[in-house]
Design a protein around this ligand. Structure first.
Ligand SMILES: Nc1ncnc2c1ncn2[C@@H]1O[C@H](COP(=O)(O)OP(=O)(O)O)[C@@H](O)[C@H]1O
Ligand SMILES: C=C(OP(=O)(O)O)C(=O)O
Ligand SMILES: [Mn+2]
Length: 532
């Protein structure tokens, strides 16, 4: 049986997907919650939030993500970074998944990726879990109801957590699989309930498609000055560096928290919702995000709560440190209605340095910005990827290597040209450790990071006095309003400044070793900005 609203010319049967149990097309939030409750997928929390746990997988599985090696992409995919799957493996996977799906109920959401209608793609999400339907409905962009009657998908994603892949037969690594096929215009996900795979697979897709249109796809959040989209800022950063936290700024309009494009017309969000970390979420430091946690339909993933009062425990990370909430953009009080911004006036690169070496803010020349963009230094924080239990230094190019199907220079060149053309000012912001490395020092106070960003974005920081950093060559401000001066010079925050020098020298060497791989691909000015 089919329920809900769908283009009568574009049912699952029209795509060759047949023999399912009930199919629920484009249910809205209340109906999705009702279905999820009936299926015992979770429980209703305060204010009508929906509480779920995801079992074994509470973070992404980047090593299980595959691109199918078809002729059309064989020369354009960066295979060193993207695990290949054979065409035969994919065909077997698809056939087996369809067989597994027979007789089971599925939820279909017809959605859009990209707030700029000239650059958007239509995505059909087919999910086994009703709450995954709710999640992706929050995260992607929801078409007008009437537009659903003639919706056609550019890409289809099938997410079937109860399906277990067979590495031999399906040419994959484990029972968990994310397989992207650009010829079949399909993504298959199996063996994981972590909701983040849904949104990040659409992101990966756009990261492949948009460069061909001259658009720079970015793993970044974005906001603009209230009433003034010309004053747009983007915040690049790998998971855990503060994209979501810092873009939700009471003084600025939120465009989006994770994935954006930069076209000739400016910036646009790929998504229509946010996915925030809730560990130690504090109503004073992050009031807008905190306020979403008891709103109707907000998906609360892997949080411990009191079974009687449904009070959430923001400190209890016993299920995972990567506990999350997912909500539509409009749940943030000062979110943009269009999800569009101007050309970024400021480009911020967030890093979470667990060595406690990098200063809390530095101004970068365009060449230094390119150097840091290609380097993508940060520390992976606990939980977002399987197996990461404490901060682990990493170089994740473009601040999002797991989501980049093409070679880093493709994205680097696009960004370099756009920064030059629009004269953006670039900054490196360390939201990681101060007063020592992880274990000795402490995480940078959110208050301080926000004050630094305020000064950078309102232009006052540009006029202040800078020192040139001996180790990294960038400009570091000497004093900033509302920030303790000592914080600006990490060496002074360490009990033992000589230990700082040792750690800094090690980090410089790590940068140099990592960057060797890009030397053949970059301009001389970027080479001149290289560290070490
Ligand atoms: N100085 C800081 N800046 C930003 N986030 C911080 C800072 N100190 C601690 N945090 C915490 O770090 C986490 C940042 O995560 P998030 O904003 O979700 O990152 P991303 O969106 O880049 O994955 C949040 O849990 C936030 O509360
Ligand atoms: C959803 C994710 O993104 P982020 O942590 O960057 O918000 C993720 O990495 O799983
Ligand atoms: Mn985020």
């Amino acid at each position: 049986m089919a329920f809900g609203r769908v283009n009568p010319q574009f049912r699952l049967e029209d795509q060759g997907i047949e023999g399912l149990g009930n199919v629920y097309y484009n249910l809205m939030e209340p109906a999705l919650i009702e279905a999820a409750l009936k299926k015992g997928e979770g429980s209703l929390g305060k204010g009508g939030a929906f509480l779920v746990t995801t079992g074994t997988f509470t973070g992404r599985s980047p090593k299980d993500k595959h691109v199918v090696k078809t002729d059309s992409v064989v020369d354009t995919i960066w295979w060193e970074n993207n695990a290949a799957m054979s065409v035969e493996g994919f065909d077997a996977l698809y056939a087996d998944m369809l067989a597994h799906m027979k007789g089971r109920d599925y939820f279909v959401q017809d959605l859009v990726g990209g707030a700029d209608p000239q650059l958007s793609i239509n995505v059909r999400m087919v999910t086994e879990l009703a709450w995954h339907g709710l999640f992706i409905r929050h995260l992607l962009r929801r078409p007008e109801r009437d537009a659903l009657n003639n919706f056609m998908a550019d890409f289809t994603v099938i997410n079937c957590p109860s399906f277990q892949a067979d590495p031999q037969r399906h040419d994959c690594r484990s029972q968990t699989v994310i397989a992207m096929n650009f010829d079949r215009k399909m993504i298959l996900i199996g063996g994981t309930e972590y909701a983040g795979e849904n949104k990040k697979s659409v992101f990966t897709l756009l990261n492949y498609l948009l460069p061909e249109k001259g658009v720079m796809p970015m793993h970044c959040s974005a906001n603009h000055a209230d009433g003034n989209p010309v004053d747009t800022a983007v915040f690049f950063g790998l998971s855990g560096t503060g994209k979501t936290t810092l873009s939700a700024d009471p003084a600025r309009t939120l465009i989006g928290d994770d994935e954006h494009g930069w076209s000739d017309r400016g910036t646009f969000n790929f998504e229509g919702g946010c996915y925030a970390k809730t560990i130690n979420l504090n109503p004073e430091a992050e009031p807008e995000i905190f306020a979403t946690t008891d709103k109707f339909g907000t998906v609360i993933e892997n949080m411990v709560f009191d079974p009687e009062t449904f009070e959430l425990d923001f400190e209890d990370d016993s299920l995972t440190a990567n506990m999350r909430c997912a909500y539509p953009l409009e749940y943030i009080s000062n979110a943009s209605e269009t999800a569009l911004g101007g050309h970024p006036k400021n480009v911020i690169m967030l890093t979470c340095d667990a060595f406690g070496v990098l200063p809390p803010i530095a101004r970068l020349t365009p060449a230094q910005a390119m150097y840091h963009f290609l380097s993508g230094f940060t520390s992976k924080v606990a939980g977002t990827e399987r197996g990461v239990t404490e901060p682990e230094p990493t170089f994740s190019t473009c601040f999002g290597a797991p989501f980049m199907p093409r070679r880093p220079e493709v994205y680097g060149k696009l960004l370099q040209d756009k920064i030059a053309k629009h004269g953006a000012t670039c900054w490196l912001v360390n939201t990681g450790w101060t007063g020592g490395a992880y274990g000795a020092g402490s995480r940078m106070p959110i208050r301080a990071t926000r004050a630094l960003l305020t000064a950078a974005l309102d232009g006052t920081l540009n006029d202040s006095e800078f020192r040139k950093d001996e180790n990294f060559g960038f400009d570091v401000p000497v004093s900033v309003p509302n920030v303790a001066e000592v914080l600006l010079d990490p060496r002074r925050t360490w009990d033992d400044p000589e230990a700082y020098d040792v750690q800094a020298a090690k980090l410089v060497q790590m940068f140099a070793d990592n960057f060797a791989q890009y030397l053949d691909y970059i301009d001389d000015d970027v080479k001149a900005a290289a560290i070490g």
